[in-house]
Design a protein around this ligand. Sequence first.
Ligand code: SAH
Ligand code: SF4
Length: 414
Amino acid sequence: MPFAFPDIEGRRMTLAVEAAPQGMAENIDLNTKKPSLLGLTRAGLAEALRAIDTPEREIRMRVAQLWHWIYFQGAQNFDVMLNVSKVMRQKLAENYSLTRPQVVEEQVSVDGTRKWLIRMAPVDALDKGAEVECVYIPESDRGTLCVSSQVGCTLNCTFCHTGTQKLVRNLTTQEIVAQLVVAREMLGDFPGLTPPDNGLIPSGEGARAVSNIVFMGMGEPLYNFENVRDAVEILSDGDGLSLSKRRITVSTSGVVPEIERLGLESGAALAISLHAVRDELRNKLVPLNKKYPIQELMQACRDYPGASNARRITFEYVMLKGVNDSPAEARELVRLLKGVPAKINLIPFNPWPGAPYECSDWETIEKFSDIVFNAGYASPVRTPRGRDILAACGQLKSETEKLRARARLAAELE
Ligand code: SAH
Ligand code: SF4
């Protein structure tokens, strides 16, 4: 679910969908001026090793060592890398860091949902560091992490708080990957760490604290294609973070030209934010529909490489009272999805201050859901989670900002 836009006060931001500059300069620890190696691809690590004159014949082995320590062990410094020679460890520490984004706020719901406000490393001395929210949803058999792909979003979906914001920058591959690393640290889920005692984290044999990732936080992942694709590679690498690609879902509002590419180059699962069955209404709810109307979107889904009954495309449908929630629309939805290996997720609308919509009544959602269920789509309603800590998405961010503003005011009045 998307979140409120971070405070942009005094912040240097790039406009629109232009990719943020790639490379290590993005993640420099401004205190030490050392670039962080966390979140780099194998190629990125090799480059970093070459830059400190590592002999070519050692590169492969060194990359494998670093990979294991950074992504499997969750190492936070080079000292712990005991199978790396002392000289090499020193050289790494002299030139690089393993700096991660900072958790500046945590909220824990009674149902175990956790919401973190994560501050990315500043890109320069003027930058305070972009903040994004990351949500962890534990269930008995899985733990899902909802990550962001951009700071803000350029698409103006009318029901989405992120969509009301104008300034946007892409997150780097490093910043996307770091969200999982930071989440696992907060959950005590790396060797040597202890899980929090109030944690309702999946346990038992083979259970993993985070087993699933959904790109359903801030931003349009397909407008940040390369970084998202590379992040998926790192997240799913069997020698490191080791998530199954089938359990990584990229959600798009319908960037048709990039959908095929996602299937060909990534193999992550696909989710489509449909929300309406007619172009007229979808044009209003998801304005990108004017560019890529429903028929084109559905064709891209039918052509999606790798979709099958075992690998279904998820269709998200946010329930907006009196807008898109009639039985006729439920039937039309079923008709529209014929011939597409599909799953349906009905999402109760998450209200935010000033939102022009309300969530459909429970009865209406049930009726809609029954029609969809009777057509063979199981368990379609996504239960609202963590309502006590985020009545509206983005609340942690806005609450934190409110408290900060109040503290500033109090300090000024003193
Ligand atoms: N930009 C991508 C991914 C982020 S949004 C996309 O649109 O798919 C993730 C999901 O949350 C989308 O399905 C989006 O439509 C939905 N969403 C946005 N605002 C919401 C709200 N206030 N309540 C419920 N779902 C919302
Ligand atoms: Fe929100 Fe739409 Fe952007 Fe998704 S694409 S984050 S729903 S504005």
